[in-house]
Design a protein around this ligand. Structure first.
Ligand code: ADP
Ligand code: MG
Length: 256
């Protein structure tokens, strides 16, 4: 743990951030199964989930993130993709050797892969920005979708992902009242997760909760960011969320 700006906290380990959620009954329901990388954990995770994400414990911007799959039929039973490169293997041992080459000596985690909803063929996930007001109340100040670049497996802005309105991204998947209810649920969900972190880290002032939705519209927490980028909200034509996010930041600066 390192302290950044005065009285704010930055957590870089995805393992530590995941444990915080797992230790809380409200948090743990939404966490995809996560293990430390190793050939035994990889084997059992692939057998159980068929598709997993393998990511650096302390990564950012989607760098080094790998999507791996075990295919049921054919000769090339194992494959992984990072950036736009795909490699396939016949045997598990060759696959692990290939993966270790890509990973190097770094600490990596394996997470159950979520089959993210798509918009025009591009995977997308959702960033929920949650901030503490000057009176100490948590509020979701913005929600934005992030669509991966075509053919890419990560949605991060710095990896070519495009911030977009969630209304537009969700349009092909859910409509009317159901859509309204889902968005409201996501607003509340952000505050629930902020409070889970608050219990352990009372100095938190803001978090960005990254949520992946699968075909059943179940929200899965992919990552919690303790230093979420406010500027992605400036990418939307409607500036109301951006203005709100920035006004909360200014108010926090005055308090701390
Ligand atoms: N378990 C997962 N299932 C589906 N997509 C994932 C999963 N984990 C990561 N991703 C995709 O990869 C992106 C980057 O992963 P993330 O864990 O947020 O690392 P980073 O710190 O580099 O942003 C996510 O925003 C999401 O698009
Ligand atoms: Mg992320």
């Amino acid at each position: 743990m390192t302290t950044g700006r005065k009285a704010s906290i930055f957590l870089s380990s995805k393992w530590v951030k995941t444990q915080v959620l797992l230790q809380d009954p409200k948090g743990k329901r939404y966490v995809p199964d996560t293990r430390r990388f190793g050939s035994a954990s990889l084997k059992s995770m692939l057998e159980r989930y068929h598709m997993v994400y393998i990511k650096p414990e302390r990564g950012t911007h989607g760098i080094g993130v790998i999507r791996a799959e075990q295919v049921r039929e054919g000769k090339q039973r194992y494959k992984y993709q990072y950036n736009k490169i795909t490699r396939t293997y016949e045997t598990f041992d060759a696959f692990v050797t290939g993966l270790r080459g890509a990973i190097g000596g770094k600490s990596y985690l394996i997470q159950k892969g979520i089959h993210l909803l798509k918009y025009q063929g591009r995977r997308f996930d959702i960033r929920i920005m949650v901030q503490k007001s000057s009176t100490g109340k948590w509020e979701t100040t913005g929600i934005i979708g992030r669509a991966a670049a075509p053919g890419k497996i990560v949605t991060n802005y710095h990896s070519g992902g495009r911030p977009m309105s969630i209304d537009l991204l969700l349009a092909a998947h859910v409509h009317g009242e159901k859509k309204k209810a889902l968005i409201q649920e996501l607003y509340r969900f952000g505050v629930t997760i902020a409070k889970v972190y608050q219990k352990k880290y009372p100095n938190f002032r803001q978090i960005g909760v990254d949520v992946g939705l699968d075909a059943s519209l179940t929200p899965w927490i992919i990552e919690v960011n303790t230093s979420p980028d406010p500027y992605i909200f400036n990418q939307l034509k409607d500036k109301s969320m951006y203005r709100k996010v920035m006004s909360f930041r200014r108010a926090q600066r005055k308090v701390t």
